[in-house]
Design a binder for this molecule. Sequence first.
Ligand SMILES: C[S@@+](CC[C@H](N)C(=O)[O-])C[C@H]1O[C@@H](n2cnc3c(N)ncnc32)[C@H](O)[C@@H]1O
Length: 299
Amino acid sequence: MVFRQSLIRLSEKSKSKSASWASRQFRDPYVKKRLSDPMAYRARSAFKLLEINDESNKFLEYPDVNAVVDLGAAPGGWSQVVADKLGWNRSPPGLMPLSRNPVTPKESHPIDNGTKRKKWNSKRTEELDYFDPLNIDSLDPNTGNMTGRGTIIAVDLLKIESIPGVQTLQADFLLSSTTLAIKNLLRSHDNPDGKVDVVLSDMAANVSGNNAHDIEDSLQICEAVFEFATNHLRTAESIGRRRGGVLLMKFFAHPLLEQFKDDKLKPNFNHVSYIKPSSSRATSREGYYLCQGWRPTLP
Ligand SMILES: C[S@@+](CC[C@H](N)C(=O)[O-])C[C@H]1O[C@@H](n2cnc3c(N)ncnc32)[C@H](O)[C@@H]1O
């Protein structure tokens, strides 16, 4: 009997949570804007990236931005923004590009066999579930002119529906095999070292409700993203301009994340700023570090 009563209490609590979520969504001006916007962004978060870009030197729009990696990209709002900035025409809703049969990176790329697991996540398995290289030749001609430039790679644990100009990778970023697969996608005749102009990370683990655990997850993700940036961002010298590559990453506010910024980010970029876009909910502890001008001081 006691068990049954607690079940009822639980379901009432979860009902009221869903109702308050629905009512918040209904009132949210960015949800309304997304639904009425002709660009048909897949996620409200697209407005965060648009706002950060507009207020920060329009770093996505430099003409020599040619390689962008979007980490934690599903459902694809940020990738849509990047594709637009790099000049890729998007198909109107309903006309999806045709991609070739999906192949796994194991078939197409020489990746490691699970031996190089990252130290912060030794429990994860080395499986890349799905890989969908979006090839320009395979696009439906009805989707319009494909006039964009550069390489855009979107990575997520979840599947991302195709976006013209964006290569999607369904994989756990915290696995070393995933970073190797990203590098292989970046490499080309013009970019033999697989370097990146802009690294974006909106990645966040599911909130557990346990503060210490959530902060640990956020720190782990930020550390992994920083390591990726360290190995892939272009320096100013390599691209012949005043500033090196850009890193934009989400984090959850906590003194440990402040320390991470002071120890890792500030010494290695010309300019690091904390950003809380107005489109980010005031009640959320999320914030973004925008790090411009990669100039590594690491050994
Ligand atoms: C806030 S959502 C990103 C929204 C996205 N920027 C957009 O505009 O559509 C955070 C994403 O991070 C992804 N994520 C969390 N941990 C991840 C991991 N270890 N590897 C890859 N993706 C991860 C989640 O699956 C989720 O889709």
